[in-house]
Design a protein around this ligand. Structure first.
Ligand code: SF4
Ligand code: SF3
Length: 547
């Protein structure tokens, strides 16, 4: 076995990728990601000690957050970026240690290796082979440590989006560092790690609330919007991923250039924000969820900007038109540098490139409807409550999360189609692409698919549920006529799940398969305490959901 990774739903054989990632991640990059995480854990040991002494280093918090983000599935495949990050991490770790000593602190003699190891870049591969996931022998402890680590990756991704819009919360950074260090602590048994997992859910709610505030304060509240899925006849740039700031700067820089901008994948919900509606070259959404990019990037014809996950290893036919930025990277693919202080990113290379390209080839026509984040749904609250009271709406189905390659995910399209006509789907994340073009109709003007936005906007679905609980005067969110049938793929979905558990949501069905990183005992804890279950087939599951 030359690597071991089981962080996503598509992990090989449902157990772990051991030779090469199903995602395309090489053994070498997988191992360097492990070493980077190990380095972050070592830094966190000092960060905790420093915090206890009143020393807070924003550059450390930022480094940890950004580094975690680069290791999520389908974000970064570029070996050189990980080598550079590990080198920088070792430097920051030692600076922090010196700051502690300078402030009168004592460095414990029995520090974990993660806090003391050093090596030159040429030795990183050797070291990486010694620090992987399987070095934790007890499978339940390993399972919980990884569940926490993956939750932190998702939390870091959302914290980074908020940070980009100048919203941050030191409590979230402090928790990330505490939890990273805790995953090295051999004195913490399963019970303590379960408690820490639930605490991660608490910070998951906080980080999503922070990002919601950052997005809505900066760009306004998402509102009911029809999004064009056809094309125009101008050269264009396609922007994918989750980063709204990148989109904003791209829209500003393309004004008056004759170059149109289309969203792809998880960038679709950007159309729902009032702030982006003023750009007349912001044409619509092109394509579907991430895993179809190998065909859709081909037919788009113009440059493509990947701002975050999900990137798949590019085909030769469009690789010269692909650009990455932020946490994303791929060897040989052009990368747009980060913003300097007070500056914007420079997308001029993409704009010039677009001018040389033909307009996108049309792959579909029509419109999709979305923008049902909490503010819009609560604006319709009277109508929704009335429909529930009159029996016009019998049940809501939260079908948020991720889409993915596996054929078994057709289940979600079939499930959506098979749902009785008096039910409404509440969605967020790229999972929506399985049913947002199905024309499922409406109930008295309320569309049967209410899209709140990106995966992080799953928070909106929780806000809506809590509001309905209040309106109906219920004591428990689980008394609402809401069922949860969630699809997961990567680690942002892990933090969304932990956040829902923290909010007390029970009986979530998770598919298409349960995470490989849940050991039988850890899965049992989730089943017994939260009623977590998998999925089977549409017919049987509908019977369960509809009683
Ligand atoms: Fe395998 Fe998923 Fe890890 Fe990629 S991210 S190596 S597919 S488990
Ligand atoms: Fe999708 Fe990658 Fe998870 Fe943001 S874009 S939800 S998979």
């Amino acid at each position: 076995m030359s690597m071991f990774c089981f962080q996503c739903q598509e992990t090989a054989k449902g157990t772990g990728c051991t030779i090469k990632g199903v995602c395309g991640k090489t053994e070498n990059v997988a191992n360097l990601q492990d070493l980077l995480i190990y380095t972050l854990k070592g830094i966190s040991i000092f960060a905790l000690q420093a915090r206890a002494m009143g020393i807070v280093r924003p550059e450390i918090d930022k480094f940890i957050m950004e580094s975690l983000f680069t290791t999520i599935t389908n974000a970064n495949f570029d070996r050189s970026r990980f080598v550079a990050r590990i080198e920088e991490g070792l430097k920051l770790r030692d600076e922090l240690k010196q700051a502690i000593i300078k402030a009168g602190g004592t460095i414990p003699a029995d520090l974990h290796d993660a806090a003391t190891w050093t090596a030159s870049a040429g030795e990183f591969d050797q070291k990486a082979a010694l620090v992987g996931i399987l070095t934790t022998e007890n499978e339940d402890v390993r399972s919980l440590r990884q569940l926490i680590t993956y939750g932190l990756k998702g939390m870091a991704a959302y914290a980074e989006h908020a940070y980009t819009l100048a919203y941050k919360d030191d409590g979230i950074f402090a928790f990330i560092e505490k939890a990273l260090a805790a995953t090295l602590d051999d004195t913490l048994a399963a019970d303590a790690l379960v408690a820490l997992t639930l605490e991660a859910g608490k910070y998951g709610v906080e980080v999503m609330a922070l990002l919601d505030k950052a997005n809505t304060t900066t760009y306004g509240n998402p509102e009911l919007t029809k999004v064009n899925i056809g094309v125009r006849n101008n050269p264009a740039i396609l922007i994918s991923g989750h980063d709204l700031k990148d989109l904003e700067e791209l829209l500003i820089q393309t004004q008056g250039t004759g170059v149109d901008v289309y969203t792809h994948g998880e960038m679709l919900p950007a159309h729902y924000y009032p702030a982006f509606k003023k750009y007349d070259n912001f044409v619509g959404n092109y394509g579907n969820a991430w895993y179809k990019q190998d065909k859709e990037f081909d037919s788009f014809n113009g440059p493509i900007l990947l701002t975050t996950n999900c990137l798949i290893p590019p085909k030769d036919s469009y690789k010269d038109r692909l650009y990455t930025t932020g946490a994303v990277g791929f060897e040989g693919i052009k990368h747009i540098s980060d913003r300097g202080n007070g500056q914007t990113k420079d997308f001029s290379a993409l704009i010039e490139h677009a001018k040389q390209c033909p307009a996108p080839t049309e792959i579909e026509t029509g419109e999709i409807v979305g923008g049902f984040a909490h503010n819009q749904v609560l604006a319709l609250a009277d109508k929704v409550v009335e429909a529930v009271k009159s029996g016009a709406i019998k049940r809501f189905f939260v079908m948020a999360g991720c889409d993915g390659r596996m054929k078994s995910r057709d289940y979600y399209a079939n499930f959506a189609e098979a749902l009785p006509k008096d039910t409404v789907i509440l969605t967020a994340g790229c999972a929506k692409y399985k049913y947002n073009k199905l024309n499922l109709g409406d109930i008295g003007g309320i569309p049967r698919v209410l899209d709140a936005g990106q995966c992080n906007d799953s928070y909106s679905l929780a806000v809506i549920a809590l509001k309905l609980k209040e309106v109906f005067g219920l004591d428990d969110v689980n008394q609402l006529p809401i069922s949860y049938n969630i699809a997961w793929y990567e680690q942002k979905a892990v933090i969304v799940l932990l956040a829902l558990l923290y909010l007390g949501v029970k009986n979530i069905h998770l598919g298409p398969t349960l995470p490989a990183f849940l050991s039988p005992n850890v899965a049992k804890v989730l089943v017994e305490n939260f009623g977590i279950a998998g999925i089977t087939n549409v017919e049987d599951d509908l019977k369960i959901f509809l009683g």
